[in-house]
Design a protein around this ligand. Sequence first.
Ligand code: VG1
Ligand code: CO
Length: 543
Amino acid sequence: MAIQTVATHPIPGQRPGTSGLRKKVEVFRQPHYLENFVQSVFDTLGDCAGKTLVVGGDGRYHNRAAIQTILRMAAAHGYAQVLVGQGGILSTPAVSCVIRKRQASGGIILSASHNPGGPDGDFGIKYNIAAGGPAPEGVTEAIYRRSESIAQYRLSDAPEVDIDRLGVTQVEQTRVEVIDSVADYAELMRGLFDFDAIRKLFAGGFTMRFDGMHAVSGPYAKTIIEGMLGAPEGTVINCVPLEDFGGLHPDPNPVNAAQLIELMGGADAPDFGAASDGDGDRNMIVGRDFDVTPSDSLAILAANATLAPGYRQGLKGIARSMPTSRAADRVAEALGIPCHETPTGWKFFGTLLDAGMATLCGEESYGTGSDHIREKDGVWAVLFWLNLLAATGKPVERIVGEHWERFGRNYYSRHDYEAIDTAAANLLMADLRVKLPALAGQVLNGHTVDFADDFSYTDPVDGSTVTGQGIRIVMTDGSRIVYRLSGTGTEGATLRVYIELYEPDPSQHHRPTQQALASLIAAADSVANIAMQTGRASPSVIT
Ligand code: VG1
Ligand code: CO
């Protein structure tokens, strides 16, 4: 065994986006590509001696090869210990959990989350800090700058570590331990929710289907829901992580999880349905013929949080990303707690959670989480809902309907225009920015514009500032239109248009969403000239 130094040169484009560096698998397989990025991470971190690193991924194609490289590089940098999930498997929330529980200095997650997998799909890498959350902007920018001047990297020439067998291997001076992928996480969940009540619910004949979509959450759901909570076998489907996700697209929304939606709409629908994404940090909640809007899910969990043992003390605050609907704001107001509005991406919640300013966080993109870790957490959200269902004895649609009656309904939808021309997308946003100052006071399809701006955010804890986080047009009636370009895509640009309308009147709470939002959707299109600028008559995905 020896440590080698390899000469390299900077490879352009290694700037992490909303959630780490994501590229096509073929990009990651270029010589030096992964090594350059990992070396840039280690150079940015400084001295790694005596520290513990957690490594794992969502099991997609290239996961195993990348993990072997990272183990050899970590050993060359003097880590005392590396903890790696068995088979290379650790969900994003499990990495966050293990970092915190084992007091690691950080972790490396191999995942492109909801992006498609397989040799022609996407791969990704992300660094999480000692608190367990994604590295903040200051760190990701420093990593990127380092990648622009890198000249060499170091790695051990040690043989491959058997990552399928639990146990310890010595690589150079580093103790590499293969750990159970699920155990620490399952233990954490047991402490947060009323497992006895949920077990009784299943014992009483309650039925559920959890779709793992052949991504990483399957083993977690299987162990916890079927194992610890006693749900019958077959409750968790598509539960074996596959390198290409079995051809499924593990982005849990009604479009991609069509199989589950069809089941939940049929005559034999189980009582409850749920799905998670590639790396297990997203969740979709479905009742009988009824899917719950993620923004509503955050608000409902917040309003009912004290029903779960881990949240019996109440909430210190709620945080949501700017495009997420303002349903949670109304709950925060009723509870007399603050509601923080952050830019898109979980990295912006970390400081608020660390400072005890927020307990629950959420994003409209099927992401919900709390201060139990520093990532959004798919299985956690599903268990939270199971706890609510067990504690109230009410079906999903009734819980949601009663919530709307109490707080009003925030009709909400996101329209994505995927893989459009990058130059056209940038032009659309630039044109919009020019129009912003003149919009206030204008009437758009019956909605009067209160103000329009490009969202900036100053972190109330560390004072850091980010700008250009999405254009919002806010109406005097509380409706909003938001435009953003995605920071996770790997093909061209993706324009996301978020549309929200507040409806206090219960007699108007059961309209089809797209119909309720029609006047705003038309306004969004005409203000930004979407059809003309993108050449698309309609969005590619509506959630
Ligand atoms: C998307 C979502 C954002 C989420 C991010 C990472 O980002 O909109 O809310 O935090 O994905 O989620 P963007 O920049 O494409 O809109 V995941 O589950 O892909 O780590
Ligand atoms: Co994800």
